[in-house]
Design a protein around this ligand. Structure first.
Ligand code: SAH
Ligand code: SF4
Length: 435
């Protein structure tokens, strides 16, 4: 059957979709080039904010009314359960995140409507299937989350934290490298908690006492693997041993996505983030002391219940102190069943919008300033392809995950490593020349 997967949400969903594509192809199905061409469309949904969920649900409804066989996957399925079929008229099946491995069987059975819901504790299926063509790949090392931040629905929809055994992760990484992958990004909601709730290693190791740095070290032993990334991280895991792994292995990229959410200690406590502003800034300092060019990016929520002007200003000043290289700003959206959903959503929409705009403008200026400090430096860039904004250039990323554009040297191919001298800085992009 000709199928297509449409993905909403985070990198975890991008990775899950890729696994489903691989499983469907292995079952003999063919990937359609366009939506029109597809008989079956799988919509991988997000529910982290109301708006995100609406998009996936709306799209699924449109596809079903166009006569497609529609399967809804992902986070919104776990939140909605049976309701998914009421919200999407004509929906054929719905599969929660830990059961995506069942998709080919559901399609083969062809018995609709069908709902597959995991219990939040089962070991997910289909995690190691890959459909990679390029030089980069994601490897999921940890699923679920047990942090239970007050605003967040992720623990409800992705279940309890489960770390895949290190042997399994490393075997998957080796197979990817054998297929030509040279950059691997480890994925999880809180990857630095790897091996904490469920064991990852069968024994102790003299060199590494923490399971995550140990996994990084083992990954870096794989010959041919040139870059290693991971996302997301929680400041509590920014330990000396993590920095030691970065220092020891140049393959570990100099970038961390370290969501801060707020700069106000009062709000952080209410959110249940388990760190203070000072502790967060200390984690950033530890990384920048090791390497001043270490790129730190973040997520921030504006308009959390009860967020005052002073709380907001605290977030603003934290962002300046932390000197973030990039930031994603989200307007608070109450999610049913979370602790904060019981609080009044009392920051008016227009005020959330204003705070969002202020932080984005600050970050634009800050990003430019940080990038200007890199003018004249030579960055090692893994070329990805023609730049989306200017086809005369190619673009790729440096170790800090910064986008770098440059005129392509003759004969360049995706995945090539290019040394680029930076001549021009913009808030979100560096421009240079191959040297
Ligand atoms: N596991 C990641 C975050 C996953 S959700 C981490 O904690 O590091 C991605 C981002 O969405 C969060 O960092 C947060 O900034 C935002 N987010 C989560 N729930 C939200 C909500 N209810 N309203 C607005 N933004 C939210
Ligand atoms: Fe959500 Fe917090 Fe878990 Fe991140 S750490 S997924 S924000 S509960």
């Amino acid at each position: 059957m000709k199928f297509l997967v449409k993905t909403y949400g985070c990198q975890m969903n991008v990775r899950d979709s890729e696994a489903v594509v691989a499983l469907m192809k292995a079952a003999g199905h063919e990937q359609a080039a366009t939506e029109e061409d597809a008989e079956l469309v799988l919509v991988n949904s997000c529910t982290v904010r109301d708006m995100a969920e609406r998009k996936a649900i709306g799209k699924s409804g449109n596809l079903a009314s166009d006569g497609k066989i529609v399967g809804l996957m992902g986070c919104a399925v776990k939140r909605l359960g049976e309701d998914a079929f009421r919200k999407v008229k004509g929906l054929s099946f719905a599969v929660s995140p830990r059961r995506i491995g069942l998709v080919p069987k559901i399609v083969a059975d062809g018995v609709y409507p069908r709902l597959e819901l995991d219990d939040g504790d089962e070991i997910p299926t289909g995690l190691d299937a890959h459909d990679v063509s390029g030089f980069k790949a994601f490897v999921t090392i940890l699923v679920g989350c047990d942090n239970r931040c007050s605003y967040c629905i992720v623990p409800d929809v992705r279940g309890h934290e489960y770390s895949r055994p290190a042997a399994e992760v490393l075997a998957e990484a080796r197979a990817l490298v054998a297929r030509g992958v040279k950059e691997i990004c480890f994925l999880g909601q809180s990857v630095l908690r790897y091996g904490r709730r469920t064991p990852a290693w069968p024994d102790a190791d003299a060199a590494w006492t923490e399971p995550f740095p140990r996994l990084l070290a083992a990954l870096c032993e794989i010959e041919g693997l040139e870059r290693v990334r991971f996302t997301s991280a929680h400041p509590k895991g920014c330990t000396d041993e993590l920095v030691r792994a970065c220092r020891r292995f140049p393959q570990v990229c100099r970038h961390i996505h370290l969501p801060v959410q707020s700069g106000s200690d009062r709000v952080l406590a209410e959110m249940g983030r388990r760190y203070t502003r000072a502790e967060y800034l200390a984690a950033v300092k530890k990384l920048r002391d090791f390497d001043p060019e270490f790129a730190v990016t973040t997520d921030v929520i504006v308009g959390y219940p009860g967020e005052t002007e002073a709380d907001f200003e605290a977030t603003r000043s934290l962002m300046e102190e932390a000197q973030f290289d990039n930031a994603f700003v989200f307007k608070y959206s109450p999610r049913p069943g979370t602790r904060s959903a019981a609080l009044p959503d009392d920051v008016p929409v227009a005020e959330k919008e204003r705070r969002d705009q202020v932080l984005l403008a600050d970050q634009e200026a800050r990003g430019l300033k940080r990038n200007q400090m890199l003018v004249g430096t030579v960055r090692e860039v893994f070329a990805e392809g023609p730049s989306p904004r200017n086809a005369a250039r190619w673009s790729g990323r440096d170790s800090g995950n910064r986008i770098v554009a440059f005129p392509p040297p003759p004969g360049i191919r995706a995945g090539d490593s290019v040394s680029v001298r930076i001549v021009e800085a913009h808030p979100q992009i560096l421009v240079g020349e191959a040297v």
